[in-house]
Design a protein around this ligand. Structure first.
Ligand code: URA
Length: 493
């Protein structure tokens, strides 16, 4: 071994390429070079080794583009011998000694497998990095911990820089840390896993995962191949997997048993036309407006087929109080606004009585499509089942994450279940404050249609009184009661 080449940890590909170009231009054979990396200066060889010449030599090597591309991928593989293997391939290409770019050649095959493994590792990084938000004053700041199999943070970071260009972020890995600050990407030494803050948006991932999880399609081996177990510990959603798998068979049975809602004549045509005019949904809506636009195209469950349209929430996007009903009714479905039918009138009446202006709150529903059974010309309300409610929790989770109300009022059992995950009977819980998905408070109360359903006038008056009393308490807690300043608001607590 007569030459030692030590490459830096960062900018590895450019450094290897520059060294290989010099070595081949002096026709230095592969067995004469010892490649190491990590910025050290020691040669591990038995013989005294000198560095490569400083300048390009007389020989002009022709290097095919396909090799440059292959080398640009293989270089990030974690196997130390990749540096010498790449130079051996370059040497043989230059001497026209076989075809190390072909997979029929043992060296070519090894390099191709390495490139494939690197590509897969970058893909996994893009899919499984989970950012957590840090407190910030200006640009939003995020941090993530990831353990790649190869040295893929450097080639994989450009994707995040493009995608999250308007925020600052750090991705820490054991070997390298990528920092993206004020639009500039830089790399620094890695280290041990930092203490990551809990993040309110984690429940979004969990909700999303719970929603896309189809128990009828569980294939454990395929699932492990796509999301290898070693990534699970850093993913919030995978904490749900054991429970979801436990329940999978029962859920498949429930799906089979569940009756479908018959579409209203003409509804499919209306909704197809409607969807056709909507822009494609972004991956994870960043604003309420984006979330609303995405919800308009929702096809998470069968309810969208029969309903006229998605009924999104309305009110103040920074409301301290969110009021959540069950699902839109017949009028809401036709007009596209929540709480404008008979139950909505009861709710709005009670809100007016305790001094809550609907425009200062956010009114929405746990399920965004009307579920009904056709009876002649009528559409009779049907309660959404557990699965439909869980599917729709994706949207409710987005509303909560984007509005961040200080208090949520759950009207009735469906909203209470969607907001707390607890499906216990409502009566003993009414008037209590339970905990929502962000750890935020959820005040449980009657649904206004429970009041409308009461045959007994005294019972109806009692429920109506309880609803008004709960809304008055909510208004006080949120600083929305008449004459009360927002200083006492629960927001941010
Ligand atoms: N009932 C609800 O729960 N929500 C509405 O929007 C209307 C009636």
């Amino acid at each position: 071994m007569s030459h030692a080449v030590t490459l830096p940890e960062r900018g590895l590909f450019d450094a290897w390429r520059a060294a290989a170009r010099i070595a081949i231009s002096h026709r230095i054979a592969p067995e004469e070079i010892e490649w190491t990396e990590g910025g050290g200066t020691e040669s591990g060889g038995l013989f005294a080794a000198s560095p490569l010449p400083d300048a390009i030599g007389p020989h002009k090597a022709m290097v095919p583009q396909a090799f440059v591309k292959l080398a640009g991928s293989v270089i990030w593989h974690s196997a130390p011998e990749r540096l010498s293997a790449l130079y051996r391939a370059l040497w043989r290409i230059d001497r026209r000694d076989g075809d190390p770019l072909s997979q029929a050649d043992p060296l070519g095959r090894r390099l191709a497998l390495m490139a494939k493994s690197v590509g897969r590792d970058i893909h996994k990084m893009h899919a499984f990095v989970r950012f957590r938000e840090l407190p910030s004053e200006g640009r939003r700041r995020f941090v993530a911990w990831f353990e790649p199999e190869h040295d893929t943070l450097e080639p994989g970071s450009a994707f995040f820089a493009r995608r999250f260009a308007d925020m600052d972020w750090i991705i820490a890995t054991p070997r390298l840390t990528a920092r993206f600050e004020a639009g500039r990407l830089s790399f620094h030494p890695g280290g041990a896993r930092p203490d990551l803050p809990e993040d309110g948006s984690e429940h979004l991932w969990a909700t999303y995962f719970a929603n896309i999880f189809n128990p009828a399609r569980v294939k454990l081996d395929a699932m492990r191949a796509e999301m290898p177990k070693k990534y699970w510990k850093n993913l919030p959603e995978t904490r749900l997997i054991p429970d979801m798998l436990k329940d999978a068979e029962a859920r498949v049975e429930r799906m089979r048993a569940a009756a479908t809602t018959l579409p209203r004549p003409g509804a499919a045509a209306v909704s197809t036309r409607y969807r056709g005019t909507m822009p494609a949904a972004p991956d994870l809506p960043a604003t309420l407006e984006e979330a609303r636009a995405a919800a308009m195209q929702c096809r998470r469950c069968g309810l969208c087929e029969a309903a006229t349209q998605t009924v999104w929430g309305e009110g103040t996007p920074t409301a301290p109080l969110m009021i959540v009903g069950e699902q839109p009714g017949d009028r809401e479905d036709l007009e596209g606004r929540p709480f404008i039918g008979p139950a909505g009138q009861v709710l709005r009446g009670a809100m007016a009585e305790v001094g809550i202006d609907p425009a200062s709150a956010w009114l929405t529903n746990a399920v965004k499509h009307f579920k009904f059974a056709p009876r002649g010309k009528q559409r009779l309300h049907q309660r959404p089942d557990r699965q439909e409610t869980l599917h729709c929790r994706w949207w409710l989770g987005l509303e909560l994450a984007l509005i961040r109300p200080g208090l949520v009022v759950a009207l009735g059992a469906t909203a209470a279940f969607a907001l707390t995950g607890n499906d216990a009977p409502l009566a003993p819980r009414r008037g209590r404050i339970e905990t929502g998905p962000n750890g935020g408070p959820v005040l449980i109360t009657w649904h206004p249609s429970a009041i409308l359903r009461q045959r007994d006038r005294a019972a109806a008056a009692r429920l109506r009184g309880a609803l008004a009393q709960d809304l008055a308490r909510a208004a006080r807690l949120c600083g929305l009661a008449p004459g009360q300043s927002n200083a006492t608001s629960l927001r941010g607590t």
